[in-house]
Design a protein around this ligand. Structure first.
Ligand code: PLP
Length: 412
């Protein structure tokens, strides 16, 4: 038996080359582990393949991603409808710039931090879909408006409109504001009809706010299963919004923007009065969207490719029909996740850094050291936990895109 000292003096390289899983051992001769982060920073990706990435890591298939961005851009042009894609799913300037390059008129954001990140990166036409209700958020909203007059945000509460007006007056800026109206989701949106139009009139009459129109996110419609049922739900959830817009126009209010929509409803939203789409998930897709069904296929949503996977490693195989992975709670593992190419595997949670895969039939071929690609269930929450996307062409990493850049993680 080898002593600990004998073990430590062994040539580590030789040991690695003989003991590593096959895919990794081919690379271990050349892969500069010690320099990994410097190589990433220099964008020197020679020998950096999926096999040598740390796990769990998010990996984006570049070809599929580009196809998704183009599919939506082409739809926008042909419909026609404007695109202001939501960045909450990717939080990446690199992704946003590619969306803008193909014609998006700006981006939609969920937090002030996302808005700052995108605007500071030079992206114009940022629309923040939450109202600034804290002192912190109001100050940052006013400061961002000063730096970037193309920045817009929403309000659904006359009190907040008052606070914004006061802060904007003190800073001598004019804020671009849309009224957030109810579209089926109880989390936000003022009541349609008179209350919404009165708030719009108040903004129009104010000195330091400019009325941009309405924002109406029908989030419950987005994941309604089957295209036909989704269309019905969208029609129902946007009926009040259409009435509000008609009433506002009748009263002579300018309504240049009626923003909303989602990946699930992108090809129906225009029919119910939206002038621009806030779709986000289509760039990567997740397992929740895979199940909603498309226009031509009720079972699977094939409009966009599943370009993002989480690469994980099988760490233990000690019990029948179960392996343990490094894809645990901290990596946002969920039982509704799916394993690419192995639909018989079930994802389970086993702890903060421990996940698992179970199976009834098949699955016996899963071995310790295997690397698997997981489709996560909900992009928004998953991407929030990772710091970068490894961009792959086949097995080769060709780029790395940071998630959230240097913007404050606390306010992601
Ligand atoms: C306000 C708003 N608009 C648009 C979207 C985009 O939806 P999806 O990612 O389903 O395309 C979201 C997603 O949650 C949202 O919160």
């Amino acid at each position: 038996m080898m002593s600990r000292r004998q073990f430590s003096v062994l040539n580590a390289g030789a040991l690695l080359a003989s003991a590593l899983p096959r895919a990794a051992s081919a690379n271990s001769k050349t892969f500069p582990y010690a320099e990994f982060e410097q190589r990433i920073a220099r964008k020197d990706f020679r020998d950096i393949t999926k096999d040598v990435l740390p796990t769990p890591s998010m990996v984006v298939d570049l070809d599929m991603f580009e196809k998704n961005v183009k599919t939506m851009a082409d739809y926008g042009k042909s419909a026609p409808i404007l695109l202001r894609p939501h960045v909450k799913v990717h939080k990446s300037v690199d992704v946003a710039k590619r969306q803008v390059a193909l014609g998006a008129i700006g981006v939609t954001t969920a937090t002030i931090a996302e808005s700052e990140l995108m605007s500071n990166a030079g992206i114009k036409g940022v629309l923040w879909t939450k109202q600034p209700a804290s002192h912190n958020n109001i100050v940052r909203t006013i400061n961002l408006t000063k730096r970037d007059p193309s920045f817009m945000f929403v309000v659904d509460d006359p009190t907040i409109a008052g606070w914004v007006e006061e802060a904007a007056a003190a800073a001598k800026v004019k804020c671009r504001v849309a009224v957030s109206v109810f579209a089926g989701l109880k989390r936000q949106g003022i009541e349609n009809g008179k209350p919404a139009v009165d708030l719009a009139k108040r903004i129009l009459a104010s000195k330091h706010m400019q009325l941009e129109g309405f924002m109406a996110y029908s989030g419950d419609a987005s994941h309604t299963k089957t295209w036909a049922a989704r269309r019905k739900r969208t029609e129902m959830d946007l009926a009040g919004v259409q009435e509000t817009v008609a009433l506002a126009r009748k009263d002579g209010l300018p309504v240049p923007i009626v923003s909303g929509g989602s990946t699930g409803t992108y090809n129906m939203d225009k029919d119910f009065g939206l002038t621009e789409l806030e779709c986000g998930s289509y760039v990567f897709m997740d397992s929740a969207y895979q199940r909603v069904g498309g226009k031509t296929n009720d079972a699977v949503y094939t409009d966009f490719e599943n370009s993002l996977t989480v690469l994980v490693t099988v760490d233990h195989k000690l019990h029948p029909s179960l392996v343990t992975t490094d894809y645990g709670n901290k990596a946002m593992a969920r039982p509704t996740d799916m394993v690419k190419g192995k639909p018989w595997l079930n994802v389970i949670n086993q702890g903060a850094e421990y996940g698992g895969l179970t199976w009834k039939d098949g699955g016996g071929e899963i071995k310790v050291g295997d690397r698997l690609d997981i489709y996560c269930s909900n992009l928004d929450t998953s991407t929030n936990c990772y710091d970068r996307y490894y961009i792959a062409k086949g097995n080769q990493i060709v780029d790395v895109w940071p998630i959230m850049g240097r913007s404050g993680a606390a306010q992601r």
